[in-house]
Design a protein around this ligand. Sequence first.
Ligand code: COA
Length: 258
Amino acid sequence: MPENILIDRLGRIAKITINRPDKLNALNIKTRQELAEALDELRVDDEIRVVVITGAGEKAFVAGADINEFAGRTAVQQRTVMKARSIFTAAEDFPKPLIAMINGFCLGGGCELALSCDIRIAGERARFGQPEINLGIIPGGGGTQRLTRLIGEGKAMQIILTGEMIDAQEAWRLGLVNEVHPVDQLEEKTMELAAKIAEKSPIALSMAKTAVKNAARMNLREGLDSEIDLFALCFSSEDKEEGVRAFIEKRKADFKGR
Ligand code: COA
């Protein structure tokens, strides 16, 4: 049984809760390992079509890497830790949609975890930042790359160079989060969105996720070529036949993930 995360299965949706509220859900080595293992488990669970990641308690999504683990660590030790399986890459490569439900502080590695998810939904009290610069370091979990790609260089630069926090409305204005909701509606609204996505073909969802992610990995020509291949691959699924037939028969499609 994991110690620092909880996994709830709610029909086709799984919710992973990072559960160290007394440390604002900071990511220590054990939590990272458990999170990676949870994603491995949910990756092959055919019942699960969408995964929501959130933080326990009312204060934090994730307040970053566990700073206590940095003390006294050498460069070589830190590199070894970071070159081990990355939760950020694991999230990005996860074949099902991942939604970050951001219920509070979303800082450093927490912001990088949210950036590695596909969609970010925030509560109105959430606060965002890459405060690494205040510790004399820089973001190392993809913050300089994913934040820049998401909101543009100038805005990412300001967040990373100042280390200052921004609130949920500002994060929405910048395009860092997709939606902001009152705290008491955050879970309901996030689950509504997850349920809507979970009705789609899991094969098409996976292809769509890969195709969109490729926009940041490939040049335009490669991305367009890859999109055609992924589009054509959907034609090998029963779900494509079901989707097309359901449209013609004017009924709701029942996608089986085959
Ligand atoms: N790593 C380890 N512990 C952390 C942590 C982190 N990233 N963020 C918070 N905590 C711990 C605090 O040390 C404190 O533990 P304690 O009760 O044993 O002393 C507990 O979580 C509560 O945090 P606290 O600082 O008391 O809450 P606050 O409301 O006063 O401040 C923050 C909240 C988020 C502003 C503050 O905790 C903070 O700046 N955290 C670090 C953020 C950061 O730099 N992240 C990037 C790391 S690379």
